[in-house]
Design a binder for this molecule. Sequence first.
Ligand code: HEC
Ligand code: HEC
Length: 344
Amino acid sequence: MENNNLGPETFQLLLQKCVKLLRLCLLMLFIVVSILCLLFFTQFNSKQAVVIVKAIDANELWHPAKFTDGLTENERKLFIYGKELIIHTSIYLGPKGKVMQNTNGMNCQNCHLEAGTKIWGNNYGGVYANYPKYRARSGKIEDIFKRINDCIERSLNGKAISIESKEMQAIKIYIESIGKNVEKGIKPKGTGIFELPFLDRAIDPQKGKELFQAKCISCHQLNGRGKWDENKNEYIYPPLWGPNSYNIGAGLFRMSRFAGFIKYNMPLGASIDLPQLTDEEAWDLAAYVNSQPRPSKDLSADWPKLNEKPFDHPFKPYLDTFTEEQHKFGPFEAIVIAIKKSKK
Ligand code: HEC
Ligand code: HEC
């Protein structure tokens, strides 16, 4: 009973001790918060911020870099213009373009989805780390400018634009920036276009036609010409063939590129987590769409070394004895084996 009988002095002493302890705690909290703030601000203000982004290696799925880290004010402005040009290319360079009238009305983003950042959406994740590089199509070392002009001349069916132009510089800075977290020479998983396994038969345009009419015409239209916006400044749904589509020299004109692209991207909304086409459907759709009329191009300088020609380039000459028809529609496995043998 005596223990519970605390006198007023003992109580006061206890209270004083509590207050002291509380002060000490507050002081410690203050110090910790200050240190955290200091760390936070120095990191965000320093040019070194890029280094903090962990480099991506070959086994990791790609994700875009922290876009504008490490850019100067001027580069940052170009980056923003570059992104705008990727998304709304036609408004600046298309048939009614503000800057020049040079391209077919398509936007880079039509084929490089989410401004070139989507996993397996033909993103630009591997570009900074891999250019300049040797490309078999030209047989030369190509820098990023040459590669961009390649898509302008083929996918956008236009004329190459000047390297010094503000537009080219802006596109280059944008494409480089989003891939800057990738180690040089590495092409991480999820960048570019997915490599679809082959079918053990020829791919079939007739089957593709039925699939196209069931799954694609609500947007790309029965005639494949897509749909312009009200003022014909850019497409709401881009064309898959016809005069305003990519020409026969474009990457998508190769069946493997087309099939791999649509597998995880079409119909609109499809993704690696939500594919909507089987492999067979993707291949047969490629066969149908790439049998329709589209702009031509002189390809005589392409693939100067025959042993570096891809199996699905549908134009002679070849080192092997397969026909143009089989190079276009397959079965592809036998061709790939023949190409491998010829390289030994
Ligand atoms: C009709 C579709 C299409 C359009 C439009 C298009 N591209 Fe491409 N682009 C491709 C294809 C297909 C590839 C080759 C991908 C592959 O083989 O992995 C490619 C490749 C590239 C690459 C090289 C990527 C790499 O990893 O090597 C760059 C850079 C590029 N395009 C930039 C552009 C720019 C800039 C525009 C707009 C001015 C554009 N493209 C418009 C289809 C297109
Ligand atoms: C709901 C509308 C919609 C449907 C359905 C759809 N697409 Fe697309 N497709 C688009 C849009 C929009 C783009 C351009 C994406 C962008 O700019 O972000 C596109 C782009 C494309 C491209 C690259 C650009 C080009 O025009 O060459 C191809 C190839 C393509 N679609 C094929 C198909 C195929 C094959 C189907 C049917 C399996 C299909 N799409 C169904 C809306 C659709």
